[in-house]
Write a protein that binds this ligand. Structure first.
Ligand SMILES: [Mn+2]
Length: 364
């Protein structure tokens, strides 16, 4: 029987169907790999992924048939379809402990050594299997509900930026930190958290891609703003450049060159394209300045601001991936520029961070 798509979607959404779908897919994988149990512990983002909540401490056990989420008494205990939620109590280990030679899945990327030693005691005969790759593949293909949250986070970021360019000419913001606080306040007012510490880099500070936003007084020159919101656990990542005062022709040319590089890479986003090839396209456009582009072109975005797909590994664009395109050029001791969008590829490219990419000039 085939039901209308919209009806099915709204029906299942009310049951937090989305993580369940991914959970079932993961359990299927465990079954195929003859993994008896997968174990995840705080602060592994896998916990957030399957439960859509961010507890202060938790553990998650997933078997091919069952998932059990252990929380302390300090956190809200959610209802999650397909997952049994329990309170972590003394002696919880006994529930699972076995001397059998089972296969236990772990996420090597996020498993503290102390936790590993602890589960070794619970399963002394276990063989540990790394499931990191499978998890990042699952997470890199976004469900419609995840896309909705990321799009919302991106809209929040865009609104904060638009508010900033209205505010700046009033000269109420005097330092890099003032701008960062303004953006972060605007994001929080819209119901989001800050996905990572806001980068505001003015003048030569922007030559350092991850400049630590300072109390430096704002002065004539470029201002690079790299910031992100996290809405219901899902991130947005955007970088824009402003100019305080009037840019010279040369400064305008640098900005345009970088924008052209970003647009050239965006224009080549298509199914099956290698991420590495997009990177090459941007570098080619930068020509003799490409050696000043000192990081990769982008990264996946989801519950973490940096996740799969990676532009550094061999990988091709798949449908339902969300990632950034962010070329930059950095001239040590002089200035730096970066332009970044978060986008969805679902067969077509959809740029989710919609703030203007024209060089905004603020009289200064
Ligand atoms: Mn980024």
């Amino acid at each position: 029987m085939v039901l209308g798509g919209e009806l099915v979607e709204s029906f299942f959404k009310s049951f937090v169907f989305i993580p369940l779908m991914k959970l079932i897919e993961f359990q299927q994988y465990l079954k195929e790999q003859h993994i008896n149990l997968a174990f995840f512990v705080h602060p592994d983002p896998t916990l957030i992924y399957f439960t859509q909540m961010k507890p202060s401490y938790a553990m998650l056990f997933i078997t091919p048939q069952k998932a059990t989420f252990f929380l302390t008494k300090l956190d809200h205990h959610p209802h999650v379809k397909g997952i049994t939620v329990k309170t972590l109590q003394k002696g919880w280990e006994k529930q699972f402990s076995t001397k059998k030679a089972i296969r236990v899945g772990i996420n090597k990327e996020c498993l503290p050594i102390a936790s590993k030693e602890r589960i070794k005691k619970i399963f002394p005969q276990a063989k540990f299997v790394d499931v990191t790759k499978q998890l990042s593949q699952l997470r890199s293909l976004k469900t419609p509900a995840e896309v909705e949250k990321i799009a919302r986070a991106c809209a929040i970021v865009t609104k904060a930026f638009n508010d900033l360019i209205q505010e700046l000419p009033r000269r109420t913001l005097k330092t890099e930190l003032d701008i960062a606080f303004f953006l972060e306040k605007r994001m929080r007012e819209q119901g989001a958290e800050v996905a990572f510490p806001t980068i505001v880099a003015n003048g030569k500070n922007a030559a350092i891609p991850h400049h630590l936003t300072s109390t430096q007084k704002l002065k004539r020159g470029f201002v690079v703003l790299d910031f992100g919101a996290q809405y219901q656990q899902y991130c947005a990542d955007m970088t824009r450049v402003l100019f305080l005062g009037k840019p010279t022709e040369k400064e305008k040319e640098f900005y345009q060159l970088l924008l052209d590089a970003q647009l050239a890479a965006l224009a080549e986003v298509q199914l099956g394209k290698k991420f590495g090839d997009l990177d090459k396209i941007a570098r080619k456009k930068l020509g003799k300045y490409s050696s000043y582009f000192i990081h990769s072109l982008g990264h996946g975005v989801g519950i973490e601001v940096h996740e799969q797909p990676s532009f550094l590994q061999e990988g091709k664009i798949q449908s339902q991936q969300v990632f950034t395109i962010e070329p930059g050029i950095y001239f040590p001791g002089k200035f730096g520029l970066r332009i970044e969008d978060t986008l969805l590829f679902d067969g077509n490219i959809k740029i989710l961070t919609k703030a203007t990419k024209e060089l905004v000039q603020i009289p200064w």
